[in-house]
Design a binder for this molecule. Structure first.
Ligand SMILES: [Zn+2]
Ligand SMILES: [Zn+2]
Length: 330
């Protein structure tokens, strides 16, 4: 571990940063590199630009992420993109057992499709059980920058700062992240996560046996997720592990409770937790991996139910703004 405050280290590594009182934050931190940051990092680390880009979320641009709209000269441009895309720009999910093994945070834990650790077959953790704040977020009021002053939090600790806590090191959450309890997930879901990650990393993708691009595959995943939020029922999730079915039903209930909408209730919003992500992956997999086309299967009943709802409630198709995947159009 570096024995200097992380904010100081970031500057020393050549990252272009914005400075606050006692913390600093590299621009587009972890999402992409500005030309100045890329140049600085290349000079200090000797790594090639392509290698450095592999360490940023933009390595997934073109498959699971679409970063169009990000303007490197304007950091505020990230806000709209981050709200649209299934990514966590300022927090992360995590597998405590992986952290216990080597302390490394893989990049994919910050993707909205992150649900299960394929190695340890457990649900990823969203929130620190001790402070109640999402991992690495800092505080719920806003993302924390990197600290530029002593005292440093101990390695492996949560170090979030819950609201109304004391100042200084005493205010930092002392939860050891590797000790957070986990929920076991059956091997089938670890395998599903492995397959989805492979597509995110550029492996060949297929929908109902037909080859498609990674971008089209994830567009279909997102469309179908929106459709299930609209039209899947408890019966559709009955075969999933109990905690997944509960997370799905709870998400639907929350949406009905806020009919006027709001950020988290958009049908296209990123799954708010690892359990919801697993529900999305599992439900959409029934369509994407199926060899069946035509009128049978869950897709047909979801479309029927969504259409029936629209007839009752009236109004336009809530999914009209989404690119309709070929499998649905058929
Ligand atoms: Zn793990
Ligand atoms: Zn904590």
């Amino acid at each position: 571990m570096l024995q200097v405050p992380p904010g100081v280290a970031a500057r020393a590594l050549g990252l272009e940063c914005r400075q606050w009182a006692s913390s600093t934050r590299p621009l587009f931190f972890g999402v992409t590199l500005t030309p100045a940051s890329l140049g600085g990092l290349r000079d200090t680390t000797g790594l090639r630009a392509a290698e450095l880009r592999q360490m940023q979320l933009d390595r997934y641009a073109g498959s699971v992420l679409d970063l169009s709209g990000v303007e490197l000269g304007r950091e505020a441009s990230l806000t709209a993109v981050a709200a649209r895309e299934w990514m966590m720009p300022t927090w992360s999910r995590a597998c405590p057992l992986c952290l216990k093994r080597d302390g490394v945070w893989p990049l994919w834990w910050r993707l909205g499709i992150a649900a299960v650790c394929p190695v340890h077959r457990c649900l990823l953790v969203d929130v620190c059980p001790r402070c109640g704040v999402r991992l690495l977020r800092g505080s719920e009021r806003g993302p924390r920058g990197l600290l530029t002053r002593e005292p440093l939090p101990a390695a492996g600790e949560c170090a979030n700062r819950p609201s109304h806590g004391p100042k200084g090191r005493a205010g930092l959450c002392r939860q050891v992240l590797a000790d957070i309890p986990t929920t076991t997930a059956p091997e089938a879901w670890a395998d599903l996560q492995r397959r989805v990650l492979a597509v995110a990393e550029g492996a060949p993708a297929r929908i109902q046996g037909e080859p498609v691009s990674g971008a089209d595959w994830f567009a279909a995943l997102r469309y179908l997720t929106a459709l299930t939020r609209l039209a899947a029922t408890g019966e559709d999730v009955a075969d999933l592990p109990g905690f997944v079915a509960e997370a799905f039903v709870e998400d639907q209930r929350r949406r009905t409770g806020w009919p006027r909408g709001g950020g988290g209730t958009r049908l296209t919003a990123m799954p708010a937790s690892a359990a919801q992500a697993l529900a999305a992956l599992a439900l959409t997999d029934q369509v994407l991996s199926s060899s069946r086309t035509g009128t049978a299967g869950p897709l047909a009943s979801w479309i029927q139910r969504a259409t029936a709802q629209r007839r009752t409630v009236g109004g336009a198709d809530p999914l009209r703004h989404l690119p309709r995947p070929a499998v649905v159009a058929a």
